[in-house]
Design a protein around this ligand. Structure first.
Ligand code: SAM
Length: 262
């Protein structure tokens, strides 16, 4: 499967994804993953940044609200359109365009920093996407990105629950079985059942690299690995959003901060 074919899947997902995410049902993103990402992010005010795989633009808008001058791209036209509509409604100076992480339509060294929120595990060739991010960063610039945690997002995965129905473990398997774009069905399970029923489940092509493949691809691209983070919900976050409890059992997400050497 190539990038364009992956983009077609995401383009079909985009209308329902945008509706449900903007209704607040992407609870993991809004209340765990994104807050942790921004805690790890160095100051970006006044910097020129690129957001790769921006979707409908939720995280891109947060970057702009921190004072960064942001360009953003996505491979799915329906997502770019949704993001542009939000920009037109409440301008933050963000320039959105279509494009692929595998062939960034920008000059070398054009950006002080790049971000990618939950996109790079969805591209067929993550090492190439990392090389592209490296190319468009100026020396000394950084890339920070989040992915589904490769150790716990495996072809076989099952939540185990105790007698009270509380999750206490995750059974994983097939860690080394590479999947080249087999679509996985997915939904925002925080949405009420009648809301979920209004939409077909999302189809997300899966490309599962192992942990060592990720780290080796970062190093091979030329980056220095600066920080790793595995967001874990606090007691307070879980009290406010009980849905996050499962992410206390094992990490759902993994964040990398990588620096292009001077
Ligand atoms: C899980 S969504 C995340 C969207 C957004 N970053 C967020 O945090 O809400 C993954 C995004 O990656 C985009 N994507 C997938 N392959 C891509 C590629 N090769 N180049 C650019 N974007 C891509 C999809 O269209 C989708 O918007």
């Amino acid at each position: 499967m190539n990038d364009q074919e992956v983009g077609e899947y995401w383009n079909r997902n985009a209308p329902a994804w945008t509706t449900l995410a903007r209704a607040g049902y992407d609870v993991y993103r809004n209340h765990l993953n994104t807050p942790a990402f921004f805690e790890l992010l160095p100051p970006v005010a006044g910097l020129v940044g690129l957001d790769i795989g921006c979707g409908e633009g939720y995280n891109t808008r947060l970057l702009a609200q921190q004072g960064a001058h942001v360009k953003a791209l996505d491979i799915a036209p329906a997502f770019v359109e949704a993001a542009q509509q939000a920009e037109a409604a409440e301008p933050l100076g963000i320039q959105y365009q279509m494009g692929s992480a595998a062939a960034l339509p920008f000059e070398a060294a054009a950006f002080d920093f790049a971000t990618s929120f939950m996109c790079l595990m969805d591209v067929p060739n993550p090492p190439l996407a990392l090389q592209e991010a490296f190319r468009v960063l100026r020396p000394g610039g950084f890339l920070q990105f989040s992915i589904s945690h490769p150790c716990f997002t495996t072809p076989h995965r099952r939540n185990l629950r105790d007698a009270q129905g509380q999750p206490y473990a995750v059974e994983v398997g097939g860690y080394f079985e590479y999947q080249h774009g087999q679509p996985e069905e997915w939904m925002f399970h925080a949405a009420p059942a009648q809301e979920q029923a209004r939409h077909a489940p999302f189809q997300v092509p899966v490309f599962n690299l192992t942990m060592s493949q990720w780290v080796n691809a970062i190093v091979a691209a030329g980056f220095t690995l600066e920080a790793l983070q595995e967001p874990c919900p606090t007691e307070e976050q879980m009290a406010r959003h009980p849905f996050l409890r499962k992410a206390r059992v094992v990490p759902y997400f993994l964040h990398f901060r990588c620096r292009k050497p001077l």
